[in-house]
Write a protein that binds this ligand. Structure first.
Ligand SMILES: C[S@@+](CC[C@H](N)C(=O)[O-])C[C@H]1O[C@@H](n2cnc3c(N)ncnc32)[C@H](O)[C@@H]1O
Length: 205
């Protein structure tokens, strides 16, 4: 199911380069708004003291690392970026040469980290069956949670009948909230903030 998705992302990066459009975002501004929302998952003491480990699951060309590289959060920190698309991992390695960042071509997180973040990772399902894709998201989140020591942040597109594009997956926020509370942790926050097209979920231990 993931092979066509990886191919689509690879082609897109080759067409548009290491830019927001290259990972199917509208523009850099909205990509950054999403990162800022996700980064509210970090505890204030970690934001000031650093030394944290982060899994960026579905890292694309490594834009989240660019976003946080100069924050005190990353002093003495370690960032692991995972992606299924070889082209994305190659772009990360070409662009970013920093001892705090490691890029891994994998469809599961392999390192335990304090925080895990997945921005846009589950949006594009290609032509997958919708039920099968939903099941895949849940399985993937359980795996990611297993590698998360403190907290997990991820987003999904809001199911809004007015605006639906072929090949994208849209979520019912309540269904996902219940899944998180049942299978991951009772400590779940959901941010459904129009005009952002995605809903953000924070899950804490
Ligand atoms: C919409 S892009 C977002 C990239 C990045 N998070 C950002 O916001 O700039 C989603 C990325 O997730 C990757 N991806 C999708 N499913 C994945 C999986 N199971 N494991 C690792 N990467 C995945 C895709 O290859 C793509 O690069």
């Amino acid at each position: 199911m993931l092979a066509p998705v990886a191919r689509k992302y690879g082609r897109r990066l080759n067409q548009c380069g290491a830019t927001a459009k290259g990972v199917f975002w509208r523009d850099e501004k909205w990509q950054a708004v999403r990162f800022d929302r996700m980064c509210e998952i970090f505890e204030p003491s970690d934001l000031s003291d650093g030394g944290v480990t982060i899994n960026d699951f579905g890292c694309g060309y490594g834009a989240l690392f660019d976003h946080i590289a100069h924050w005190p959060l990353m002093n003495g920190g370690q960032y692991y970026g995972y992606d299924i698309a070889q082209e994305m991992i190659a772009a990360c390695r070409d662009r970013i040469n920093d001892p705090r960042a490691t890029f891994i071509r994998k469809m599961v997180a392999t390192n335990s980290a304090d925080y895990s973040i997945a921005s846009g990772t589950y949006n594009l399902h290609g032509n997958a069956d919708e039920d099968a894709w939903h099941e895949y998201i849940e399985t993937s989140l359980v795996q990611l949670w297993d590698k998360t020591e403190k907290a997990l942040a991820f987003n999904l597109l809001r199911d809004d009948e007015a605006e639906r594009y072929d090949g994208l997956y849209y979520i019912d926020p309540d269904r996902m909230r219940k899944f998180c509370q049942t299978k991951l942790s009772a400590n779940v926050e959901v941010f459904d903030e129009s005009p952002m097209p995605d809903v953000t979920f924070f899950v804490r231990r």
